[in-house]
Design a protein around this ligand. Structure first.
Ligand code: PMP
Length: 401
């Protein structure tokens, strides 16, 4: 029956892990997948999350279905974390928000909602480069995609002029996808002043913003600071939508907890939007899983656990920053690399866009057993005190001439 089914290519990111698993060398490193590891290289379950899990088990809850939009205690807390307790979106009850299957599911619901109801355009601009999965997610929902300038290969930093110019040139009312913080794959974010400029152009051109916030807290270690762009845009009167994920900042990757939200003009609009979100979700998966959302809700709604969690987010972010400093230090001081490595410490969040070419990525895999995506993206969370020097030696070796 299926002789017509062609073999598809492996996923660009998850394929790296498959190749890594096959390698038996003791020094091998997996810098592909964006999942946090502790300094011993082990997956990390947050203490606040473990405590919430114990609380849940002891409370003997049932396993009934959630509603189509998930658990209200979860979505209310998730909305406050993203937009801020005092945001008019929250205090005036104007936020349409639904639980989602992590950030990916939120993007998928959001793309479907925009494709069906955004009145001005079916075109979305995404940064060049962006997280690879953005492209098929948007296309599956019937949006067409174009890219805006983002990364500057010369400086390994932000091409703010190109970005602003592309937003100027785009037809009015274009949908723009913006990474709220800790841009994946580049680790390059606009500064607050640059966000202010971006907001101005978006306003002038009446563009519409779809924020993707998969790393709140991971960029600076501070969840409020990392929400700067989202909150600024809401304050300035943009009507925005948001995909939010708890995969990284609560270490809940496989639990699939997130939200999709729409900032509405008033409560009446919110009710209409929510009714349509339900109609989109029902035939996709009926209603979301409950365990992860209960964990997040317990952490965010229990003051001691929330405080502990905020501390743990900072510990994760700080460990990554320490690895950035060590990696750059070893390259420059121990191996005498003459190349400019400022971007390793200037970039933020989970990833470093190293500037390595696809050929250099192949060579570091062959000669050093180090695995990363061919765009040269390094998942910083995969580095530890024990192997950072080995990695620096390897990078120097493949980049020196
Ligand atoms: N957006 C971006 C930019 C991401 O990097 C990721 C995770 N790699 C996601 C969304 C979604 O991840 P998840 O579905 O695991 O929440």
């Amino acid at each position: 029956t299926w002789t017509n089914v062609p073999q598809g290519p492996p996923d660009a990111i998850l394929g790296v892990t498959e190749a890594f698993k096959k390698n038996t060398n003791v020094k091998k490193m997996n810098l592909g997948v964006g999942a946090y590891r502790d300094d011993a290289g082990k997956p990390y379950v947050l203490s606040s999350v473990k405590k919430a899990e114990h609380k849940l088990i002891n409370s003997n809850m049932d396993k009934e279905y959630a509603g189509i939009m998930g658990l209200p205690d979860f979505t209310a807390a998730a909305g406050r974390l993203a937009y801020g307790d005092n945001s008019p979106a929250i205090t005036e009850n104007k936020l349409a928000i639904t639980q989602s299957i992590s950030g990916t599911g939120a993007l998928r619901i959001g793309a479907a909602f925009l494709s069906k109801f955004y009145p001005h355009s079916k075109n979305i601009l995404v940064p060049n480069p962006t997280w690879g999965n953005h492209i098929p997610i948007m296309e599956h929902s019937g949006l067409t995609l174009e890219k805006y300038s983002y990364f500057d290969k010369q400086t390994n930093g932000l091409n703010i002029d190109g970005m602003l110019e592309d937003f100027h040139k785009a037809p009015k009312n274009t949908i723009l996808l913006l990474h709220a913080c800790a841009h994946n794959p580049t680790g390059v974010d606009p500064t607050p002043a640059q966000w202010d400029e971006i907001s101005k152009v978006v306003k002038e051109r009446d563009h519409f913003v779809f924020f993707d916030m998969a790393y709140q807290g991971f960029a600076s270690g501070d969840c409020n600071r990392d929400a700067y762009a989202l909150r600024k845009f809401v304050d300035e009167g943009h009507s925005v939508v948001l995909a939010q994920s708890f995969a990284k900042n609560m270490g809940l990757y496989g639990e699939r907890v997130g939200s999709f939200s729409v900032v509405c003009a008033d409560q009446e609009e919110r009710a209409r939007v929510e009714s349509q979100l339900k109609i989109i979700i029902r035939p996709m998966y009926s209603n979301p899983p409950i365990h992860g959302a209960r964990l997040v809700s317990t952490v965010l709604n229990t003051p001691e656990l929330k405080e502990e969690w905020l501390g743990e987010v900072k510990v994760m972010a700080d460990r990554i920053i320490t690895m950035r400093n060590k990696l750059r230090g070893h390259l420059e001081n121990d191996f005498g690399s003459k190349k400019n490595w400022n971007h390793i410490t200037n970039q933020i969040g989970m990833f470093c866009y190293s500037g390595m070419t696809p050929e250099q990525v192949d060579k570091i895999k062959e000669d050093w057993h180090i695995y990363l995506t061919r765009d040269g993206r390094i998942s910083m969370a995969g580095i530890s005190s024990d192997n950072v020097k080995y990695l620096a030696e390897a990078i120097h070796d493949v980049t020196k001439d």
